[in-house]
Structures are given as structure tokens and as C-alpha cells.
Design a protein around this ligand. Sequence first.
Ligand SMILES: Nc1ncnc2c1ncn2[C@@H]1O[C@H](COP(=O)(O)OP(=O)(O)OP(=O)(O)O)[C@@H](O)[C@H]1O
Length: 232
Amino acid sequence: MIRAAHLSRHYVSEAETVKAVDEVDLVAHRGEFIGLFGHSGSGKTTLLNLLAGLDMASSGELVVAGLQLRGASEERRIELRRESIGMVHQSDYLIEEFTALENVCLPLEARGIRGKVAEEEAGELLSRVGLEGYRDRLPRQLSGGQRQRVGIARALTGGRQILLADEPTGALDSANSEAIFELLRGLCDEGRLVVVASHDPACRRHATRVISMLDGRIATDVDDVADDLVTC
Ligand SMILES: Nc1ncnc2c1ncn2[C@@H]1O[C@H](COP(=O)(O)OP(=O)(O)OP(=O)(O)O)[C@@H](O)[C@H]1O
């Protein structure tokens, strides 16, 4: 679902060139849960943004869900996110005035799916993330872990098969973190691809593959279970 070759994102200014992502090669398939580790500033967020088509590479090749991102128009990249990629962040960005169900319905409405059909899909997704009885609650009536689950349900709308998460448990305690990673692992087991940038040891436990980044590059990791990881 993701194929990157010599992927780089360099920030060039008069003072310096920052190689935020540097010559990364990566192949990721359905059913994988990739944990992206690395110290602060190692390039995890930049890589996720490239994979989501939110940022454009300086050089290299990147194909996500069949779309060659090099030279892809902004419209095509928006379409890619609408159809194939859900994103989850440390902050859940829920709309406080909307119920859990309404928050999940939002991206469906943006696709022209409204009313009962949207509510049915949103309700099913909320059940999938363990929030069956919480659909009518406002975000402030939910715990941090429950809010993050709503965010995950929202990211899955429209049958999106790739989930990119940037520090999804950064604001959660360890029990809630564990539960969120269990949920993400379950979503992989159903055939989705999940890529998570994290500092959380629970992510390492649930990932099917751990990738470590160092100064924009993929580095070897002693705990790495991958055999198609490219070592720079
Ligand atoms: N717009 C920008 N201009 C210049 N440099 C940038 C820009 N955005 C990010 N960087 C640099 O790129 C490098 C990678 O940043 P990135 O945010 O991808 O790291 P990260 O691994 O996600 O860090 P963290 O774990 O702290 O979130 C850092 O050195 C950062 O300072």
C-alpha cells in the first residue's frame, strides 16, 4: 500500500539545509502495524506528512494506495486522503459542540453521505472502537481515551484502509495507551495498514514491525522484526 524509494524532504534555507527525511526506502503492506520510533526531530512527523500527501518530497519516489505522489495535484492528494488515508493526532480535534456520532459523521457528509446512511456507518464505527453506548455524548463527556477512539472511528470513515497516527497516545495514561494500541492492532488484523509515530513502549509491543529513524534516515533497530527494512 506504500512504496517509497530514496524519499527525501530537505528544508533549505540560507543558513542551513535540514534533512528531515533523507533517502528513505520503505515498503508497507496491508495488515501491518508499523511503529515509527526515533528521538525528537528524527523525522517521524515529516515522513507521516509525506505519506499522507500533506507535504511534498524534495526528491525520490512515493506511491500510496496506487497514487504516484510525485507531481500529483493537490486535488488528487486531497482525494487520496478522502478515499484511502485516515489521520490521527495527539490532539483529537473533535468538535466540542457535536456528539461523538456527529463528529464521526462529519467526513461522511463531506463525501455527500448524509442522514440515516451516515449515522449507520458512524454508529458501526463507534461500536468497532468500543464506544457503542457513547454515540450521543459530547466530547467533554468522554475520557481522553474515549475521545481518541472517536478520532480513530472518524479516521476510518469511508472504508479508508491506511491509518497514519502521530503520537496518538501522547496525552493518555498507560492503561488507555495500551487499549488504543490494542485497538490499532485489531484494525491491522482486519487488513488495514497502520503506521504510528510514537515514543510509547506499548506501541513497540503491539507493532508487527518497528522502524527507527535517526536524522531523517531509517536506522537498524535491535528489536526490529522486519526483514524488508532498508538499512541506510
Ligand atoms: N518547516 C520546517 N522548516 C525547517 N525545518 C523543519 C521544518 N519542519 C520540521 N523541520 C525539521 O525537520 C526535522 C524533523 O522534524 P519532525 O517534526 O519530522 O521530527 P519528529 O521525529 O516528528 O520529532 P518529534 O518526535 O519531536 O515530533 C527536525 O530537525 C525539524 O526541526
